[in-house]
Design a protein around this ligand. Structure first.
Ligand SMILES: Nc1ncnc2c1ncn2[C@@H]1O[C@H](COP(=O)(O)OP(=O)(O)OP(=O)(O)O)[C@@H](O)[C@H]1O
Ligand SMILES: [Mg+2]
Ligand SMILES: [Zn+2]
Length: 286
């Protein structure tokens, strides 16, 4: 019996007879025993989970039986992606944003968009991306969007705040939850790694930072894995923060993007609080 037949059997049960619990489980019941509770509850009296009236517990009638409901399938893909994004460190407000919602007029953003559209080539060919420039121009946002594109294309991706990660490695020196090699390995395995705000730890941990950089980049380079770095630095400052060996492994197969457009943060943040601030000022009689 195929899975679809078993399910069709569960959804269209034969005239109700009282189950004999002492009997071994039938095929359909065994199947039910293995499906999640949420679906199990829906199975005896099928109800639409996706809002489509033709959908019964995630299945719709089709010629010759039932098939997976496309709306439920899309919803579950969205949930799965959300899980993957969260595991990739893509969370919070930057995660909510998609390409359709950002300004793409500035050349830096047009270039980022083109990389996103061609994320398969970026990952397959191990193309690095260095996004440098002033605060609030969208470097982190662009890195997050590229990671989402990679995940959507079924690659593994990880977004890491560089300073936080260096801190973690440093404080783990005494706690020993993970060895340094294990910390490094988490960054070397993903198909696409976004190292956000590189060099931000430079002042307090310059030498360790460069050492870690050399290990992470060295191992990624050996596998020709794509790495995106963002930095609020100039090119030469970035080179200094990364150390020459790491920089040399990145720079030759690298797309540079200088984010020197408008400060989107200024726009986003002003818009976020403007109504409340105006109300407060009115209340203050200003
Ligand atoms: N092209 C864009 N269109 C609309 N909003 C944008 C765009 N780029 C960035 N933003 C928004 O601007 C804010 C700041 O962006 P982001 O944090 O990526 O800047 P950044 O360049 O990484 O800054 P920093 O150097 O301080 O880390 C975020 O809220 C982001 O969603
Ligand atoms: Mg940033
Ligand atoms: Zn459905």
């Amino acid at each position: 019996m195929t899975t679809a037949e078993r399910i069709s059997l569960t959804l269209n049960p034969a005239p109700l007879d009282v189950p004999d619990l002492a009997q071994p489980l039938g095929a359909a019941q065994q199947f039910l025993a293995r499906i999640p509770r949420s679906l199990e509850a829906a199975a005896p009296a099928p109800e639409s989970e996706c809002g489509d009236s033709a959908c019964a517990g995630g299945w719709v009638e089709a010629e010759g039986g039932v098939r997976r409901c496309p709306r439920c399938a899309a919803q579950s893909r969205t949930r799965r992606l959300a899980d993957q994004y969260a595991r990739a460190g893509v969370e919070g407000t930057l995660y909510q944003v998609s390409w359709g919602e950002v300004h793409l007029e500035h050349p830096s953003w047009r270039l980022a968009r083109a990389l996103g559209r061609n994320i398969r080539d970026v990952v397959r060919e191990g193309i690095n991306v260095a996004m440098v420039g002033e605060k609030g121009r969208g470097k982190t946002q662009a890195g997050v969007l590229l990671a989402k594109d990679a995940i959507d294309a079924e690659y593994s991706a990880l977004v890491v705040d560089w300073a936080d990660w260096v801190d973690d490695v440093q404080s783990d020196y005494t706690r020993r939850v993970k060895t340094q090699a294990e910390h490094v390995a988490t960054l070397t395995t993903p198909d696409l790694l976004v190292l956000d705000d590189v060099g931000a730890a430079a002042t307090s941990a310059g030498d360790l930072e460069r050492k870690l950089f050399t290990r992470v980049i060295g191992q990624r380079y050996n596998h020709r894995r794509a790495t995106v770095v963002t930095a609020n630095l100039s090119r030469s400052e970035l080179q200094d923060a990364m150390g020459e060996r790491a920089f040399d492994r990145i720079e030759h197969a690298c797309q540079w993007i200088v984010f020197n457009g408008p400060s989107y943060r200024a726009e986003v943040e002003r818009r976020r609080v403007s109504a409340t601030l105006e109300r407060l000022q009115r209340e203050a009689g200003l």
